[in-house]
Design a binder for this molecule. Structure first.
Ligand code: PEP
Ligand code: MG
Length: 679
């Protein structure tokens, strides 16, 4: 059996005349020849039957798998491949309207997850899920099958170590941690032992066993309500795909990239990005993905202009198409008209890049001398090193729920203490802030009861107050670690003063208990996450109860605009620059100022240089972000004048729509960019 993957590149697709040519060529061979779409429609078509081919509805850009089987399979396959490359020997006599429609300018709205505008050429990349078949293995061969699986794991480990080294060099250590996680999956008995058990128990081939076990793990992850934890599912998928590729001997094949490649895909796995030639990839556009997906986080870290959540964009493109990716507006333009390109060439400033050489540390000073603290958001202990690597002013947000590696699994008091202690050490003089578990019902005793509306359910502070045994264990570990260095605690998703008071009571009780037990501990500063509208509206009152605020703009956008942050279908309504969101930020910053407490903005908004400027315009002087974005944000903030930013921010506050704000802000960003390049 011989097979190939191909793309239909002829303008009119695999229509009747092209299909007829294909049948003519295929019929010259004895071997059977089948075609199959790679985008989910699994029906096979017989390449010797025109009706069968037409049922594929393979338009231009469709990816197909061609399988030849029989005595002359290689010749047959070559002949068909060659026909595809000649666009089915058509001389483009097709209907003119169709052609012009296919190349008409097409704008698609998605979600910009980084900065910048790029004009380039499409490079289609399809990860695709491999077709895996079940085969029954004879009793005597089971041991050999297990050995085959172990060998695939060993190869995967070597591959991932190489990817990780490369990621460390090219992306910085802050991003290589993702591949540490992949390596851990490979060592995890839950994966390896289960696959081997399945092979033996079900007398199954290793591919099928890996797929079944991988699917089981994935199904657990897809049920998780928390988007951050759910994203771990795509990491499992990444590792399983790698194992399957190694088992089938089909390594990943990435094409050579042109100078201005824009990678277009349905979705991208983190390791794919790391394996690409990053000198050439200028931008990324994907159908799936969200603001907080690993892919988006890596792309931001690399300064790659990226728009995600484009739904069915991939199938409309073909490699080589002209494309504009505008991450600022969260938009892509396929086949842009010359005037559109000219407009973009005028307005686009390249993505902000980290300055070369020695990394700067500590707060950044604006042109008018205002000091802005740049802290790091971290999730895993493997990221702690990044705090220093990127010159952060300590850790502004430690998303502690990442300690809960699996649903229903709690971490021990000791394990937590050790983690918070090393977090404190990594954060240095500026200190670190641990957020109490921001989780919902997927962990803890009621994990089996699925809530109808988890984002509005028993999560964050509510979960902690309901499951006080979990909260008290965490609080004790934090209070103990605070004795080793500057450590604070923040309460997630408070709705009002009531939530704060109840949480503070638990913290005070635990402090008293530790003291009574003579355990080394220290009181901590207590902050409140301001991320729901009721907290914004009562910010003055909450400010009187806490030592600091943390503004979670990710949830603030979600709850203010009633737009699920993880739902692709509504991503175009997820407008970070909506005036209502800006109003919430302004109100919170003012309330904190009036009460004399600091406010740290820690949502992803702070990780985007242009948005960080707006935050400063709104009065924020303490930002916490993805560590790898710190140099880029630092570079931009060092070139602004806070009075100018304030003046534009005030105009934005008075705007009626997100579009108006974007327009005002882009104009300002352009003028500021021009001014700074003249300086
Ligand atoms: C936020 O909501 O902005 C935030 C910082 O927390 P998370 O993204 O973890 O919800
Ligand atoms: Mg949040």
């Amino acid at each position: 059996m011989a097979e190939r993957r191909l793309q239909v590149t002829s303008r009119l697709g695999l229509h009747a005349r092209a299909a007829a040519n294909l049948v003519r060529v295929a019929s010259q061979f004895k071997s059977s020849l089948t075609l199959q779409r790679l985008d989910g429609n699994a029906e096979e078509a017989d390449a010797k039957s025109i009706l069968s081919i037409l049922t594929l509805a393979a338009s231009r850009g469709t990816d197909l798998k061609i399988v030849a089987s029989g005595e002359d399979e290689h010749e047959a396959l070559e002949a068909v491949v060659s026909l595809f490359s000649r666009d089915f020997d058509e001389t483009e006599k097709g209907d003119g309207n169709h052609v012009s429609r296919a190349t008409q300018e097409l704008r698609c709205k998605g979600l910009g997850v980084s900065d910048g505008v790029v004009i380039g050429r499409v490079l289609r990349l399809q990860e695709g899920t491999r077709n895996v078949y079940r085969a029954e293995i004879a009793e005597a061969d089971l041991e050999r099958e297990r050995r085959r699986f172990r060998a695939a794991v060993r190869v995967a480990r070597r591959q991932l170590e190489t990817i990780k080294d490369r990621a460390e060099k090219e992306l910085g250590r802050g991003h290589a941690y993702i591949f540490d996680a992949h390596l851990l999956f490979l060592q995890d008995a839950k994966l390896t032992r289960d696959v081997e058990d399945y092979i033996v128990k079900e007398r199954s081939n290793a591919e099928w066993a890996a797929k079944v076990v991988g699917d089981r793990l994935l199904s657990i992850y897809t049920q998780i309500n928390d988007e951050y934890l759910r994203e771990r599912g795509s990491d499992i998928e990444d590792v399983i795909q790698r194992l399957l590729a190694n088992l089938t001997g089909e390594g990943p094949k990435y094409p050579n990239l042109s100078e201005d490649a824009v990678v277009v895909s349905t979705d991208l796995l983190p390791s794919t990005i790391a394996e690409l030639n990053l000198n050439h990839v200028k931008a990324i556009a994907t159908d799936g993905g969200g603001w907080t997906s690993h892919m988006a986080i890596i792309a931001r870290g690399l300064g790659l202009t990226t728009v995600v959540g484009l739904r069915d964009f991939y199938q409309r493109t073909r490699t080589g198409d002209r494309i504009i990716v505008d991450a600022r507006r969260g938009e892509v333009v396929l086949h842009p008209a010359e005037e559109t390109i000219a407009q973009y060439q005028f307005t686009s400033a390249g993505p902000a890049l980290a300055p070369d050489g020695e990394i700067e540390r500590g707060p950044v000073k604006t042109l008018d001398g205002v000091e802005i603290s740049l802290r790091a958001n971290v999730e895993l202990s493997t990221e702690f090193q990044a705090v220093r690597d990127f010159g952060a002013c300590g850790v502004g947000l430690f998303r502690s729920e990442f300690l809960l590696s699996r649903p229903g699994l709690m971490t021990s008091d000791t394990e937590q203490y050790e983690t918070y202690k090393s977090l404190t050490e990594a954060a240095g003089e500026y200190g670190a802030i641990v957020r109490l578990f921001d989780v919902g019902g997927e962990v803890g005793p009621d994990m089996k009861e699925r809530e109808r509306n988890p984002a509005l359910g028993l999560r964050a502070v509510r979960f902690n107050l309901r499951h006080q045994e979990i909260m008290r264990t965490q609080v004790r570990a934090i209070l103990r670690a605070a004795a080793t260095g500057p450590l604070s605690l923040v309460i997630p998703m408070v709705a009002d003063v009531g939530d704060v008071r109840m949480a503070k009571r638990v913290i005070e009780e635990e402090l008293e208990r530790l003291k009574a037990e003579n355990v080394s501990c220290s009181p901590v500063q207590i902050g409140a996450m301001i991320e729901v509208p009721s907290a914004v509206l009562t910010a003055e009152k909450i400010a009187g109860e806490v030592d600091f605020f943390e503004l979670g703009t990710n949830d603030l956008v979600q709850y203010t605009l009633a737009v699920d942050r993880g739902n692709n279908k509504v991503s175009e309504w997820f407008r970070t620059l909506h005036p209502a969101v800006l109003y919430g930020i302004d109100r919170t910053v003012q309330a904190a100022k009036a009460a004399g407490i600091p406010v740290i903005v820690c949502g992803e908004m702070a990780s985007t240089p242009a948005y960080a400027v707006l935050l400063v315009g709104l009065g924020a002087i303490d930002l916490s972000m993805t560590p790898a974005m710190i140099p880029a944000v630092r570079a931009v903030l060092s070139q602004i004048n806070t009075n100018e930013a304030r003046a534009v921010a005030l105009k934005c506050l008075a705007a009626a729509t997100a579009d108006e704000v974007e327009e005002l802000w882009l104009n300002y960003a352009e003028v500021a960019t021009r001014q700074s390049s003249n300086r």
